[in-house]
Design a protein around this ligand. Structure first.
Ligand SMILES: NC(=O)C1=CN([C@@H]2O[C@H](COP(=O)(O)OP(=O)(O)OC[C@H]3O[C@@H](n4cnc5c(N)ncnc54)[C@H](O)[C@@H]3O)[C@@H](O)[C@H]2O)C=CC1
Ligand SMILES: O=C(O)[C@H]1O[C@H](OP(=O)(O)OP(=O)(O)OC[C@H]2O[C@@H](n3ccc(=O)[nH]c3=O)[C@H](O)[C@@H]2O)[C@H](O)[C@@H](O)[C@@H]1O
Length: 480
């Protein structure tokens, strides 16, 4: 029986391994982590991450061929294939701070693998890493290996949160990069044999190591670039009276461009887009390509601009001050169908409003009060370290409260900001909400989820990102 061990039981390691266990009953899969609470949660009825369909998959395999454990060394020692899916945060100190990937967790995992191994192993990079990381990992493993042979593969993950199980069941592609040597080809084949138990042959792409590593960074950069492109257009739409949804639709109808990933928003969030682009920028700079670095930096600049623009629009529409006004924030997660708040645009928007002394009442169906308070007090990039290593800030932001539903959050509010596209926000009783708000009552829709015309008929002043502006908003222009 092939034994797989995955180091890192997070958003990638957990779901990916659960699906491998489900689809490959003859493979034994152990997912290990240094975080005790995380592993305890994986072994309970309350899984540590919210992901549609995940509970079902875990329930079918856990205890049969899927195990979650903190005994990292034992499972690594026994495994034939070791996936490494640990954090690769942005460095906050030293060389490359604010851009380069911090490979501390990766390096310590590699050293541990070398220390405990007593048989040959395939080591798979599942985390997103800078191109050429495999070379460094190979050095660590071979210099400490006591004669044991390691083959390094790059097998980046392309799942998106909220649709992880669907994405893993039917991936657009699985990418495996390896050394172009007989041993390298054999390792690639061994991993391919795992995926080919449910992924059609033509969707499993094999490349050299560097192409696989770089393709992951490139894919995220291209995806984020599309959002920044449409968000840049949203600003121009507001200035000209064009409607960004109509523009996206018309542009996306070109089969060379395609319709997906063209929704204008308050900005992209999530643990990876910004981190991976910063990493790409750093790699370009290190390789003497400042023009290329500058090109990709712009994707992040536009994303920051979009969040700032949104805050400025709120403040300027409300007579240029939100001081002591209650603003209801609907949605805090970085997208719907996840409780993940890493790098969510809601953090920057809330901080912007707090900077103007607003009182904020937040409702999100999947995010806890503790998480929101931590997010609003944590330093940038601290969120991407293992949970037990994150600073536990004892301070809470007094002007922020967390409500149990959208009606409580919006009661007596002056304005509503919609920051996550949860389906339930489309179906709220906005007449009731309007009655219970201060007047004039504002809705700032950062996700274009509400029917703006319907809300205007109720009496709201509505701002929908990238859409023609109400007369009120035209009369109160926002500085970008
Ligand atoms: N979240 C996502 O949707 C995607 C993430 N990725 C990449 O996958 C990697 C992991 O991301 P997530 O799963 O989101 O992170 P995560 O933070 O949810 O999980 C990482 C886990 O690794 C554990 N860990 C860290 N060092 C360890 C060590 N030395 N030994 C054992 N466990 C250790 C942490 O405790 C944590 O539970 C990152 O490189 C990320 O860029 C790639 C595709 C999608
Ligand atoms: O490497 C990763 O971590 C993953 O990053 C993204 O997945 P994820 O961040 O989970 O979610 P996305 O659906 O890509 O959304 C990212 C952000 O962009 C925003 N977005 C997305 C699409 C769109 O049209 N407009 C838009 O603003 C979302 O609301 C969200 O804030 C990629 O889609 C995955 O392929 C990749 O594996």
């Amino acid at each position: 029986m092939v034994k797989i061990c995955c180091i890192g039981a997070g958003y990638v390691g957990g779901p990916t391994m659960a699906v491998i266990a489900l689809k490959c009953p003859s493979v034994e899969v152990a997912v290990v982590d240094i975080s005790v609470p995380r592993i305890t949660a994986w072994n309970s009825d309350q899984l540590p991450i919210y992901e549609p369909g995940l509970d079902d998959v875990v329930k079918q395999c856990r205890g049969k061929n899927l195990f979650f454990s903190t005994d990292v060394e034992k499972h690594v020692r026994e495994a034939d294939i070791v996936f490494v899916s640990v954090n690769t945060p942005t460095k906050t100190r030293g060389l490359g701070a604010g851009k380069a990937a911090d490979l501390t967790y990766w390096e310590s995992a590699a050293r541990m693998i070398a220390d405990v191994s007593v048989s040959d192993k395939i080591v798979v990079e599942k985390s997103t890493v800078p191109v050429k990381t495999a070379e460094a990992i190979e050095k660590i493993l071979t210099h400490n290996s006591k004669g044991i042979k390691f083959q390094i593969l790059s097998n980046p993950e392309f799942l998106a949160e909220g649709t992880a199980i669907e994405d893993l069941f039917k991936p657009d592609r699985v990418l495996i990069g390896g050394r172009e040597t007989p041993e390298g080809f054999a390792a690639v084949k061994a991993l391919k044999d795992v995926y080919s138990q449910w992924v059609p042959e033509e969707r499993i792409l094999t490349t050299n190591l560097w192409s696989a590593e770089l393709s992951k960074l490139a894919a995220n950069a291209f995806l984020a670039q599309r959002i920044s492109s449409v968000n840049a257009m949203s600003a121009l739409c507001e200035a000209t009276g064009a409607n960004v949804s109509e523009v996206s639709y018309a542009v996306g109808k070109d089969s060379r461009i395609g319709p997906k990933f063209l929704n204008s928003s308050v900005g992209f969030g999530g643990s990876c887009f910004q981190k991976d682009i910063l990493n790409l920028v750093y790699i370009c700079e290190c390789n003497g390509l400042p023009e290329v670095a500058e090109y990709w930096k712009q994707v992040i600049k536009i994303n920051d601009y979009q969040k700032t623009r949104f805050v400025n629009r709120i403040v300027s529409s409300m007579f240029n001050t939100v001081s002591n006004k209650k603003i209801a924030v609907l949605g805090f997660a970085f997208k719907k169908d996840t409780g993940d708040t890493r790098e969510t645009p809601a953090i920057d928007v809330c901080k912007g409003l707090l900077g103007d002394k607003a009182r904020i009442s937040i409702y999100d169906p999947q995010v806890t009060e503790e998480q929101i308070q931590r997010d609003l007090t944590m330093n940038k990039f601290d969120w991407d370290h293992p949970l037990h290593l994150q600073p536990m800030s004892p301070t809470t932001v007094k002007q922020v409260s967390v409500a149990w539903d959208a009606y409580a959050a919006t009661k007596d509010a002056h304005g509503i900001c919609i920051l996550t596209e949860w389906d339930e926000f489309k179906k709220l009783d906005y007449e009731k909400i309007f009655e219970n708000m201060q007047k004039p009552a504002f809705v700032f829709d950062g996700r274009n989820v509400v029917d703006a015309e319907k809300l205007r008929k109720i009496g709201f002043i509505v701002y929908s990102i990238g859409k023609p502006l109400d007369q009120w908003l035209k009369d109160m222009p926002a500085l970008a």
